[in-house]
Write a protein that binds this ligand. Structure first.
Ligand SMILES: Nc1ncnc2c1ncn2[C@@H]1O[C@H](COP(=O)(O)OP(=O)(O)OP(=O)(O)O)[C@@H](O)[C@H]1O
Length: 121
């Protein structure tokens, strides 16, 4: 039997996590802002269903990675306020994960937008 109350409160907690990350993390704000702009441009360029699917997958992964990065940073700050090489390794690797995918997201974005942009000129 599905515990609907528990399910809805889990959604509530997840939503709270997204809002608090948006408020506290500049990078998450920037990525959200860029995502909104990119979606507006894609609508204006009349993107095909396939292009939208790829775009949403990429945006979803970037924003999710930012949330995981924030979770890792917060967990480390909770464990220790002291400087520790393993804390640095974990934080930098998490930030690196976001950077790696962001670079590929830009490349995918260029590949997705170049043709519709040229066609619209
Ligand atoms: N407890 C720690 N021990 C060692 N190095 C740390 C520790 N906390 C943070 N650092 C390092 O200091 C630098 C700055 O970390 P900080 O936590 O300020 O995050 P940030 O990279 O500025 O990201 P954000 O702006 O998203 O918080 C990073 O290289 C990080 O790995």
């Amino acid at each position: 039997m599905i515990d609907w109350k528990k399910l809805f409160s889990s959604f509530g907690f997840a939503f709270t996590g997204i809002i608090s990350t948006f408020k506290s993390e500049q990078n998450f704000k920037i990525h959200t802002f860029i995502s909104v702009i990119v979606i507006i441009v894609a609508v204006a360029l009349d993107f095909s269903k396939e292009r939208f699917v790829l775009l949403f997958i990429v945006i979803g992964i970037v924003l999710s990675l930012e949330l995981v990065n924030t979770a890792i940073e917060s967990s480390i700050d909770l464990i220790t306020e002291r400087q520790h090489p393993l804390a640095k390794k974990a934080k930098d690797a998490a930030a690196g994960a976001v950077l790696v995918f962001s670079i590929f997201a830009v490349i995918i974005g260029i590949l997705l937008f170049i043709e519709p942009l040229i066609d619209s000129m």
